[in-house]
Write a protein that binds this ligand. Sequence first.
Ligand SMILES: *Cc1c(COP(=O)(O)O)cnc(C)c1O
Length: 417
Amino acid sequence: MSTEAGWKEASWEEASQESVAAPDPAGFAHPDTVAVLAGRRSGGAELAPALFPTTTFRIPSLEVGQRMALDPSESHYYTRNGNPTVAAFEEAMAELEGAEASRAFASGMGAVSCVILGLCSAGDHIVAQRQLYSGTQFLLQAVCPRFGIDVTLVDGTEPGAFQAAVRPGRTMLVFAESPANPRLDLVDLEELGAIQGPLTAVDSTFAPPSITRPLDYGVDLSLHSATKGLGGHNDATLGVVSGSAELIASLWGFAVLQGANAAPFDAMNGLRGLRTLGVRLERQSATAQQLAEALFDHSGVESVRYPGLASHPQHDLAQRQMRMFGGLLAFDLAGGNEAGERFVEAVKLAQVATSLGGPETLVTHPASTTHAGLTPEELAAAGIGPGTIRVSVGLEHGDDVVADLVHAADKATAEFA
Ligand SMILES: *Cc1c(COP(=O)(O)O)cnc(C)c1O
């Protein structure tokens, strides 16, 4: 080894030792600070996430390899089991959620289906709420019965409804979503966390950890479609589940077999997204509040659903369990289906697309798109009216967003208001 190479090696070692002394996120109470600091433990001195696209790793010996194959926390054995880039995202999420451990998935539905099918067996019973993301609803109503898993759906906004549906000794899982699709209904997390016996899980996609941390309320598992607000840039399809180390380890075996592991590239984008989580949610929440108030006063708008409005039926609960009210809202236009269709044709800044939590303001008219096949009764049961519009507020200037949507509401309802 030449002297120069020796010097280079020494300075690299020094640099990587310095990285060990990076600020410890555990010392900070604000999730926005944790989001900037977390998920750097295993890295070198780099500030941005390092991408490990490798599918596999050299093992030191057969004996060690055998141990690595069975270790849920091993990130240097085979990427379907674990991967360093994915582990950095998982560490950051665990830190943010106040959890012992997290497991990342190829999508939000990967996370949801692993929790439901990984924890429940034939003969088990699940209590879930009626207000759910359509994929989760389909899994519970069409897939679970095929495997002999019984599902009871309750109104998640009704006090005591989850507890009342629990069958002692048979209910394995109580599954909630808060705020829920599509009308921003809330579940009382304190009440949910107090349920004894079955495991409790919350899909908290609409309320990332800067807004709500379900585990603080005694809930066992917090789930996210990180495709949405956590990733925040519409460039990562990703899911994540957080909870006790024991529970995450018990899900791990099924997750490895299910093969819905997060791709390293998506985990890298997810971790990059987390760094700006706090400011993005602040801007989106501020604009959504401004928009909700403007629409509330609009003569062509029949009703507005936003947790930050005093008119939201659970506004008190929202104030108790949400630090901000988020970027999602729903409203009903006078003039039904025709007004809804005109509205999405009239927007200029907002874009018509499925998904939420990204930089672009997105609008959907469920009755003519995602839920077009449903009868009026089925639509009503899903909380969707013919004139319902769902908005995911983006990062554009609030005044521009409000002007665009108010103008579209003017045009859509001119003859109905
Ligand atoms: C989008 C979404 C999911 C599914 O996530 P994917 O990443 O699309 O698989 C689950 N739950 C909620 C609340 C969602 O909004």
